[in-house]
Design a protein around this ligand. Structure first.
Ligand code: DX5
Ligand code: ZN
Length: 219
């Protein structure tokens, strides 16, 4: 099942509720992707807990919070309390990823782990059963609108093979440079959850962009 998660990093931060509404409804966004950046883990700063809390009350679309922050062990559970339906922490930043994934799930959200482009999947093979989703970054995290890194396709493929090898139900997400030009390659490599910022909110008709991306991923 293909899922399309528009990233509000490319939306208007002064109109988040309206921009969430623009992609909501039938055939619309499955999740809203919320990029939390702390200017330490990545060289950019976005939003935090209070905005996630308000946004979760303002939209019926569930929130997929991607934490590009240091000390996720301390912060991630609070994003569940703020209303996130899925919380993604970075493997490079987590001190105790298994404990953290279990805590996120115990609080009632889906638990996901993200890998920066230079982080291999292989050391994390035994952790996969603890996760509801694995995120393979297809740009260096920090900014929207960057070019898709084709060299990540083999990692997507190897991750899909590991998921199958272990018979897991988990989702495989890609984030960064996903567009009409690149989404088919991601789907072919085995991704099933697609984050798109610029390709959705950079267009005049975000809802149409979501439908188009879904169609291309399903082909
Ligand atoms: C980048 C973020 C992405 C970003 C993607 O660090 O994690 O979610 O919004 O934006 P596009 O789709 O424009 O590359
Ligand atoms: Zn993201």
């Amino acid at each position: 099942m293909v899922q399309i998660n528009p990233s509000i990093l490319s939306a208007d931060f002064a109109r988040l509720a309206q921009d969430a509404e623009r992609v909501a409804g039938q055939d619309g966004a499955d999740w809203l992707h919320v990029d939390v950046m702390d200017n330490h883990f990545v060289p950019n700063l976005t939003i935090g807990l209070p905005v996630v809390e308000s946004l979760s009350r303002a939209t019926a679309t569930p929130l997929d919070c991607h934490l590009m922050i240091e000390e996720p062990d301390r912060w991630a559970p609070q994003y569940v309390e703020a209303g996130a339906g899925s919380v993604t922490f970075h493997a490079e930043a987590a001190a105790a990823p298994v404990r953290l994934a279990r805590e996120i799930k115990a609080k009632g959200a889906r638990a996901a782990m993200a890998l920066k482009p230079a982080t291999p999947i292989e050391p994390y093979e035994d952790l996969l059963p603890e996760l509801d989703m694995l995120l393979v970054m297809t740009v260096e995290p920090g900014f929207g609108g960057q070019a898709f890194l084709d060299i990540m396709l083999p990692k997507i493929r190897r991750t899909r093979q590991l998921i199958e090898k272990h018979g897991l139900e988990m989702w495989l997400q890609v984030d960064g440079g996903v567009s009409a030009e690149t989404i088919e390659r991601c789907a072919e490599a085995g991704a099933d959850v697609f984050v798109a910022g610029n390709a959705v909110y950079g267009t005049d008709d975000p809802a149409a962009a979501v439908r188009m991306l879904r169609q291309q991923a399903e082909e």
